[in-house]
Design a protein. Structure first.
Length: 455
């Protein structure tokens, strides 16, 4: 029989051991909590430091004094909101709607997008110049419409309302309109120490940073539901609306400026020369139109092709496949923006022609050897050439165009390349879903356009 005193001693020892283990567990929990708090504090400090560095960079070289930094921050909000909107649409309208219905609705979107730009673009600039604070409110309106549209779209998605597509179209049209209205604001805010090329490169980098930060947040909220990522996008656009209204008054000032119409920036005849627009500007603009046609074509053609006829071995991973191709275009755009900041040290005239040649060559290569790697290379090249071509166009406009019409030429050029993207999108939507056929056709279009440009 066990000794009662020994049993008591054993129980005391066991209790002390359990208490020790309990204390050890509690200590570990306290240490883990402390480590978590320290990690959170460090993360907060890192985020604050990163924001401080970004803000300092946006104000460098006189951008703080001229007010350009506000436009840089505004563009970051624009790109962040558009990234969230794109992720939401990809998860709702694109992959959940039957392909034929989606193609018809997207063709409708492109038609609605092209029509107002083609008809109203020559009238918008002169109309806004008649009103004080016109351009700031016009930029703000493109943000506010998207904020309201995304919030309404969230409700439509949750209830599966037939208003999903019309609301999405309004958001996408407003995004295109933002690019046109912002274009006229950039030259008015450039400080003396900064060129138009560097200013646009800085704005583009801010947009890439905004999209890179926003995309993961939108992706996480979309796991809760696509309507939540749309509500997040709406909040981002509300912030963009406030920033647009806070733009400096110089954005509205057209003092000393003269207007040119679309015909003067597309025709290299006597009318353009009288306005001070040289043939080099016309050539650069035509090259950029070709680059945007390819960009619009690939966006629509690849989206439907990889959904309906995925590359062999990727049938069960179509979303990932599309993400890889689109992501390669984003990487190319980033590389092109960084490379474009050195455009002034090279010859932009030669660069802008070379980008069109390289785009056509990449399309031929992808058509001959279509697969995942050629498709990613084509996306990479198209993104890089689009950024390089646009920055080269900016450099040529700054060098060749007189101060009095530079702002107007810059705005009109943005309108035309947006229209070129829409033309390419139309071609991509209606192209038969045969990879090699579609890519050979767009390559032929680019080669024919190149021959027209250099004739």
């Amino acid at each position: 029989m066990d000794d009662p005193d020994a049993v008591v001693d054993d129980q005391d020892t066991l209790g002390q051991a359990r208490a020790g283990r309990g204390a050890t567990t509690a200590d570990r929990a306290r240490r883990a909590a402390g480590a978590t708090r320290r990690a959170a504090a460090l993360s907060g400090k890192a985020a604050t430091g990163a924001a401080r560095i970004a803000r300092k960079a946006s104000r460098a070289q006189g951008a703080g004094e001229s007010g350009l930094y506000r436009l840089i921050e505004l563009h970051a909000f624009h790109a962040a909101g558009d990234a969230a909107l794109a992720i939401s649409l990809a998860g709702t309208l694109f992959f959940q709607v039957p392909s034929d219905q989606a193609r018809g609705q997207i063709a409708l979107f492109l038609g609605i997008t092209m029509l107002p730009f083609a008809v109203m673009a020559p009238l918008i600039g002169p109309f806004l110049d008649r009103f004080r604070r016109g351009r700031r409110w016009a930029i703000g309106a493109t943000m506010a419409v998207r904020a309201l549209g995304c919030w309404s779209l969230a409700g439509a998605v949750a209830s599966e309302s037939p208003w999903m597509f019309p609301t999405a179209l309004v958001c996408l049209i407003s995004s295109k309109a933002y690019g046109v209205t912002r274009a006229s604001a950039v030259p008015r805010l450039i400080p003396r120490r900064l060129t138009l090329v560097k200013a646009n490169a800085r704005i583009s980098l801010a947009g890439l940073a905004g999209a890179a930060i926003s995309a993961p947040i939108a992706g996480l909220t979309s796991w809760i539901g696509p309507d939540w990522s749309l509500r997040y996008a709406a909040l981002v656009f509300v912030g963009g609306t406030v920033l647009a209204i806070l733009l400096p008054p110089r954005v509205d000032s057209a003092q000393g400026e003269e207007q040119v119409d679309l015909r003067e920036v597309t025709d290299s005849g006597n009318r353009s020369r009288r306005a001070g627009i040289t043939p080099l500007v016309i050539t650069a603009l035509r090259c950029n139109a070709g680059l945007r046609v390819l960009s619009g074509f690939l966006t629509m053609f690849m989206a439907f092709l990889l959904r309906n006829e995925p590359i062999a071995g990727w049938e069960d991973r179509r979303t990932l496949l599309l993400s890889l191709v689109i992501g390669s275009a984003g990487v190319g755009s980033t590389l092109g923006t960084f490379a474009g900041s050195t455009v002034k040290k090279r010859t932009p005239d030669a660069i802008v022609l070379a980008t069109l040649v390289v785009d056509a060559a990449a399309a031929v290569y992808a058509a001959l050897f279509f697969g995942l790697i050629p498709a990613m290379i084509l996306g990479l090249v198209a993104g890089m050439c689009q950024s390089l071509g646009k920055l080269s166009l900016d450099a040529i406009i700054q060098r060749e165009v007189p101060d009095a019409v530079r702002t107007s030429v810059f705005a009109r050029s943005e309108t035309l390349i947006q229209l070129a993207w829409v033309v390419g999108g139309f071609l991509g939507v209606f192209m038969p879903q045969v990879a090699k056929l579609g890519l050979f056709i767009v390559a032929a279009v680019l080669i024919a356009w190149l021959a027209f440009v250099v004739r």
